[in-house]
Design a binder for this molecule. Structure first.
Ligand code: SAM
Length: 259
């Protein structure tokens, strides 16, 4: 007999939150159908796997994935630990419906909550893990601070928050110069690099990197912004535990434990 799976979407927005704006995964709602294709090409799955590895989730543990979008980090948690109890949180109903379809296809139980990062769907001191992938740079200053404070509220003492997002320490002048040269090389080297998909991807990647670097939301993550955000909220040991030089920019993996 096959085990029953339970996939549900709960709308936990207040009446006022129904009109609250948010920045969707691809920046525009109509681009959502391309999200999973683009992130697959960009090998975002490898970031999710590394995040899950760093979080170290054990059987039976409770996890909330903040800004879960189409559910890829939640599903990576469940792929690594079938017996985790995972809830994905996101304001975007269309993304949550995609996440639900994917969980059903993979026969994985997943709860999806429509809501915002500043109200994590969990009782005080009840969670083992808060995880989040590429979502903080979508959230404004007030929302980020409220998210960090609410993660502290919702985690058990000893519970962990593990975040992967664009950002990290501000590059030194030397590194920034090297980076600019690297991008310029891509731009100037069109004739040498030939045409086709590889060239298109390089161009897209250079464009994304420069757009990301100028994006004020990503700028909040620079200068170790995520570490500072968590430390200010009351996670004294917050630190960058790894980083990845991704084609869309520097990606930081930050972790902290609730005292
Ligand atoms: C780039 S996507 C990342 C999705 C997913 N975590 C992943 O790694 O593929 C950013 C997500 O943040 C969500 N988001 C935007 N504002 C939010 C908020 N205030 N609270 C929670 N999630 C939010 C968006 O709806 C979107 O799904």
């Amino acid at each position: 007999m096959t085990a029953e799976i339970d996939v549900r979407i709960l709308d936990q927005r207040t009446p006022e939150e129904r009109d609250r704006p948010f920045l969707p995964g691809m920046g525009r709602t109509w681009l959502l159908p391309f999200y999973d294709v683009l992130t697959k090409v960009a090998r975002v799955g490898e970031l999710h796997e590394r995040t899950v590895e760093l979080a170290g989730i054990a059987a039976g543990e409770t996890v909330v994935d903040v800004g879960c979008g189409t559910g890829n980090l939640s599903l990576a948690v469940l792929a690594a630990q079938h017996d985790a109890r995972v809830t994905g949180l996101d304001p975007d109903g269309a993304s949550l419906r995609r996440a639900a379809r994917k969980a059903k296809r993979r026969r994985l139980s997943l709860t999806l909550v429509q809501g915002y990062a500043d109200r994590i769907p969990a009782e005080d001191g009840s969670l083992d893990h808060v995880v989040s992938s590429l979502a903080l740079h979508h959230i404004d200053d007030e929302g980020r601070v409220a998210f960090a404070q609410d993660a502290l509220r919702a985690l058990k003492p000893g519970g962990k928050v593990t975040i992967v997002d664009l950002g990290g320490p501000t590059p030194t002048e030397h590194e920034a110069g090297h980076e600019a040269g690297h991008e310029a090389g891509h731009e100037a080297g069109h004739a040498d690099h030939g045409h086709g998909l590889a060239h298109g991807l390089r161009h897209l990647s250079a464009l994304m990197r420069s757009r990301m670097a100028q994006n004020p939301s990503v700028a909040r993550n620079l200068g170790n912004g995520i570490v500072a955000l968590l430390a200010d909220a009351g996670f004294p040991g917050a630190r960058e535990v790894d980083h990845v030089d991704h084609r869309f920019g520097r990606v930081t993996l930050v972790q902290a434990t609730r005292p």
